[in-house]
Design a protein around this ligand. Structure first.
Ligand SMILES: [Zn+2]
Length: 258
């Protein structure tokens, strides 16, 4: 068993995500391991080719939420307002796709057609902005499952918005996004802006979900071949959107051309 601490970096390893401008007072403690960040938290053969199973345990304040790649199976009160959360053993996977997210989070949930629990999480000020992402995430997962005829070996997929991030990260079962991608701005009432924001949100969700098939389950041996899984995900972010939203497809193509 190994343990690790929160580092000083603001976007790599295990770190505290904040954005005083757009999410004042908010913080989410989160991991970003691609490419070689897992070794900052625990000793490991931190290369995509060396897959293994992992059992994660997190200490956290009792009122906060802790997420990881799998479902939590047990919680133990450790006193002083803290508890230990134990997560199910993961599927065999690469270290760069491991993830932990901890914070004062709000969430909504639903299920895909195949019964995969789908949850959207955010720091507290994102409350009320999660339903659109939930619909897109469920539709995209269903579309990819049907198109590939391959059901992911996951009981749940979490989509977590953090205050500040470069974009999205396809951690196996716990996708992390920058809040400005996953949460639509409720104050922008311009219809065209709303549509663009929705398209951006849905395309990022489709991109990160596509990686679950191309990257997470089937993984490049080494980083020199990363174009393979990024190429597939870039293609499928559009293909999955078209499959998930067949009626809206022509409208989206027209908007992209504007
Ligand atoms: Zn990607």
């Amino acid at each position: 068993m190994y343990s690790g601490a929160i580092g000083d970096d603001t976007e790599f390893g295990f770190f505290k995500s904040t954005d005083p401008k757009n999410a004042p007072g908010e913080a989410v403690y989160v991991t970003q391991f691609e490419t070689t960040g897992a070794r900052l938290l625990f000793p490991c053969f931190d290369e995509p080719d060396y897959k293994a199973t992992f059992e994660i345990m997190v200490y956290k304040p009792k009122s906060w939420v802790a997420l990881s790649n799998t479902m939590s199976v047990k919680t133990i009160d450790v006193g002083n307002g803290y508890e230990a959360v134990f997560f199910e053993k993961t599927e065999i996977m690469s270290t760069y796709l491991l993830a932990i997210g901890i914070g004062d989070l709000v969430g909504v949930q639903g299920f895909t057609s195949d019964g995969i629990l789908t949850r959207i999480w955010s720091y507290r000020s994102g409350k009320g902005q999660l339903e659109a992402a939930l619909k897109s995430a469920i539709r995209c997962t269903d579309a990819m499952t049907k198109y590939t005829n391959y059901q992911l070996p996951l009981k749940k997929i979490d989509h977590l918005a953090i205050p500040l991030f470069l974009g999205g990260m396809e951690n196996f079962g716990l996708i992390v996004y920058s809040g400005n991608f996953l949460l639509l701005n409720p104050n922008d009432t311009n219809t065209q802006n709303q549509l663009y924001s929705w398209m951006l949100m849905t395309s990022v969700i489709c991109h990160e979900l596509s990686h679950h098939w191309f990257g997470d389950v089937v993984t490049n041996k080494w980083w020199g071949d990363i174009f393979l899984h990024e190429g597939f995900a870039d293609f499928f972010e559009n293909k999955a959107m078209a499959l998930a939203y067949p009626k809206e497809k022509d409208l989206m193509v027209r908007l992209i051309k504007l």
